[in-house]
Write a protein that binds this ligand. Structure first.
Ligand code: ZN
Length: 319
């Protein structure tokens, strides 16, 4: 994928959000770039942050982490969607052994610069524990297609080598933040982190560097997938005569099976491709672990019925 960075658009954002400062303005700008690309945020988004200084309600300067707040979409985020949390109290939490989610949320809220801000992301501490100024995080479809394989970490190591660190799977929260920071500390020269079966982080000294590292790293995953991509489309010609509903529903199971998805209830049914058009699109290298969209078009008299069925055989939870 290509970088969508534009100096002109970046400066327009800085002018538009002047009162929030350059850091927050550029954070809004590249967060929107990431959030408007479905290849990066299809599986439930991601989050971004910037470490900066701003003036608190008492008129005093404070070091803060502005991090995506819950309830905001990355593609349309505004400065209000990046609540500012005092940085030092967040970083101090790394010394703890345990921190349950409820306590973590309370501590994050207690350190908000503006108490009316939304809750900072559940991944706030990970952003706080990594020292880089700009941090971008996505659930890139291509990266997930690699890490969700049974040998996902080995596949990623083959693609990225020492360019990134590798963090084993943990639920988002305090322990994941600590584990990620430990991986980072072992080699602070990494450009990002692969969170196995979760997503990818990239870091930078400025907004453009963090964003373009994300694009470069995701592109590497895309190229790796393209090397052993399986046939993407299965199709059949639309018939001259209309199909009965029962004849349409049966082939759907067949289409799914062709793409590597099996349905035990319908396994005995044979596809009848002469009666319908079924297109399976599979963007991934391994159909057995990736979502599959099945588009079915059936002609009944003068009516054409089009439906899309999304199948997630891995039953992966959205994050
Ligand atoms: Zn995430």
């Amino acid at each position: 994928m290509q970088s969508a960075w534009s100096d002109r658009d970046a400066e327009a954002a800085v002018a538009r959000y002047e009162k929030f400062g350059r850091d927050v303005a550029l954070r809004v700008y590249t967060t929107r770039l990431l959030g408007s690309d479905p290849r990066l945020v299809l599986h439930g988004g991601g989050n971004t942050s910037v470490k900066t200084r701003l003036v608190d309600l008492n008129g005093e300067e404070a070091d803060v982490l502005c991090v995506k707040g819950s309830g905001w979409d990355m593609g349309t985020i505004e400065p209000a969607g990046l609540p500012a949390v005092r940085l030092a109290p967040l970083q101090k939490l790394r010394a703890r052994e345990q921190l349950v989610d409820e306590e973590m949320v309370r501590l994050q809220r207690a350190n908000l610069i503006d108490p009316s801000s939304p809750n900072p992301s559940v991944e706030t501490l990970l952003h706080a524990f990594i020292p880089h100024k700009f941090i971008d995080h996505t659930h890139s479809t291509s990266v997930l297609a690699l890490t969700d394989q049974p040998d996902g970490e080995a596949l990623c190591r083959e693609v990225y080598g020492a360019r990134v660190g590798y963090v084993p799977y943990l639920m988002p929260g305090f322990l994941l933040a600590k584990a990620a920071a430990e991986v980072f500390d072992r080699d602070p020269s990494v450009e990002g982190l692969i969170l196995v079966k979760h997503g990818i982080f990239s870091f930078g000294a400025d907004a453009r560097q963090a964003y373009e590292r994300m694009i470069a790293l995701v592109s590497m995953a895309e190229e790796r997938l393209a090397r052993n991509r399986k046939p993407a489309f299965v199709s059949a010609t639309l018939p001259a005569r209309p199909a009965a509903l029962a004849e349409v529903t049966r082939p759907v199971a067949g289409a799914g099976r062709d793409s590597g998805v099996t349905n035990p209830d319908r396994d005995g049914v044979r596809p009848a491709p002469a009666l319908f058009t079924a297109t399976t699109s599979n963007e991934y290298a391994e159909p057995a672990t990736s979502p599959v969209a099945v588009n079915v078009r059936a002609v009944a008299g003068t009516v054409v019925v089009v439906c899309t069925v999304a199948v997630d055989p891995a039953n992966r939870r959205t994050r």
